[in-house]
Design a binder for this molecule. Structure first.
Ligand code: OTD
Ligand code: ZN
Ligand code: ZN
Length: 347
């Protein structure tokens, strides 16, 4: 039997929600991951240090007994965010990053930023104190095709911002295009990118071929095959600027399976199995640890985890539950459309 031992992974982009969903999903992350950057797009969003502290407490309270897991908190950037509050959040050790959602770009982002100029005082302070900005890198203007939103964002928002404030450390989250990968690779510094599990596995056909498949719909929407291949090449390259951010985004089934379904794919349950499969397929199992456990901590100025996890490749494929039942309803688990032979050995 093949086995693979890695330092315990971290998830550098995760949605845990709140209440019954948080309660239902947190264990799927804390089972395998030591830390995760927690997205602030609750309703209402996590905008102040006080909000973030209270949310962190709710996450800790929801953890299954005995699980050690550290939520790394973020603030949702608005045009009214107070630079002093952000600085205090960083100094107290509570805040790991600030999140930029262009208004309307994804789930619960209507309160995001419309005019980046209005957020410049906060961004300047972040540059000064070394606090990273995580960005959802898509423009939302109606004249831009949804498949081009990322490329246009790089050209019209990200690149100008980086020129204006080169000291600001920016994570381009959930990169979905070859354009994004090339832009990060060509940058001289202060820029890194997270890649999701599902964007390494599906292209846009998964959403549309043979019927509309809402459980493969997420934002940024999956792109053409050439983009998926570029993401794979970056993930397995060992390049320290690329690391895992699952963007696992649970929604209960009724909100996905309807005429106007929510965006989001729930991958926390089987992410490590999926990634081992992908990296093996690419003959790059030796690079998996860099992607899941080493590159992210370096970027965020943290130590890699001391603990390890072991994966085993079994003859029998794993039997993941198709749905995670929660107090708010069932949440469909990502189906990679191939059998998963790699499994984390549960302690
Ligand atoms: N994408 N769904 C959600 C967020 C992300 O852009 C994202 O980070 C969500 O449901 O919160 C999604 O498809
Ligand atoms: Zn996003
Ligand atoms: Zn997300």
């Amino acid at each position: 039997m093949k086995t693979l031992t890695l330092r315990r992974p971290d998830d550098w982009h995760l949605h845990l929600r709140d209440g019954a969903i948080l309660q239902g999903v947190i264990g799927d992350t804390s089972r395998h991951f030591a830390r995760a950057i927690i997205m602030p797009n609750l309703v209402p969003p996590v905008v102040t240090t006080t909000d973030a502290r209270a949310y962190r407490d709710r996450i800790i309270a929801a953890l299954p007994n005995g699980d050690r897991f550290e939520p790394l908190m973020t603030l949702y950037l608005t045009e009214h965010t107070d630079p002093d509050d952000v600085e205090e959040g960083k100094k107290s050790g509570l805040i790991t990053a600030v999140k930029l959602y262009p208004a309307g770009a994804t789930t619960n982002s209507h309160g995001g930023v419309r005019d980046l100029d209005k957020a410049m005082p906060v961004l300047e302070r972040m540059a000064k104190i070394g606090l990273p900005l995580c960005v959802h890198g898509e423009v939302t203007t109606p004249d831009v095709d949804i498949f081009d939103r990322e490329a246009v964002f790089i050209e019209t928002v990200l690149d100008p911002l980086r020129k204006r404030l080169p000291e600001l450390k920016i994570t381009m989250e959930h990169v979905t295009t070859a354009d994004g990968i090339d832009y990060i690779k060509s940058s001289k510094g202060n820029l890194a990118g997270s890649i999701t599990t599902h964007h390494l596995i599906i292209n846009r056909n998964a959403i549309l071929v043979g019927g509309i498949r809402p459980h493969y719909y997420c934002l940024p929407v999956a792109k053409r095959e050439n983009h998926r291949l570029a993401l794979r090449a970056a993930a397995i390259s060992g390049d320290a600027r690329f690391f895992l951010g699952t963007d696992s985004a649970p929604h209960v089934d009724p909100l996905k399976e309807c005429a106007c379904g929510c965006a989001g794919i729930y991958t926390s349950v089987n992410t490590m199995s999926c990634l081992a499969h992908v990296f093996e397929e690419e003959n790059a199992l030796d690079k998996l640890e860099a992607f899941t456990s080493l590159n992210g901590p370096v970027w965020y100025g943290l130590k890699p985890n001391e603990e390890t996890i072991t994966l085993e490749k079994r003859d029998e494929p794993a039997n993941f539950p198709p749905k995670r039942e929660t107090g708010a309803g069932p949440i469909t688990v990502f189906d990679p459309m191939f059998p998963l032979h790699w499994q984390v050995v549960e302690k």
